[in-house]
Design a protein. Structure first.
Length: 74
């Protein structure tokens, strides 16, 4: 499961729309959509805020199994 899939799953389980999550976090709905569609990953502080608003711990949000983008090699 990717980070975005996990975020969407948890958000829906909590019955929170992207708009409601925006209102609680201040993260634009387009950013939340981009995260859920795996275009980007949130930084650590954003992930902590998401977890707090969703009332879960960070490890539940990260799920330990998500695929992350490969780092750029110079």
């Amino acid at each position: 499961m990717t980070f975005g899939e996990n975020l969407r799953k948890i958000r829906k389980e909590k019955k929170i729309s992207q708009i409601m999550l925006y209102k609680k976090t201040g993260f634009p709905q387009t950013t939340i959509s981009d995260w859920e569609n795996n275009k980007y990953l949130p930084d650590v502080m954003e992930a902590l805020k998401l977890a707090a608003v969703l009332k879960i711990n960070l490890s539940q949000l990260l799920n330990g199994n998500f695929k992350s983008p490969k780092p750029k090699v110079s």
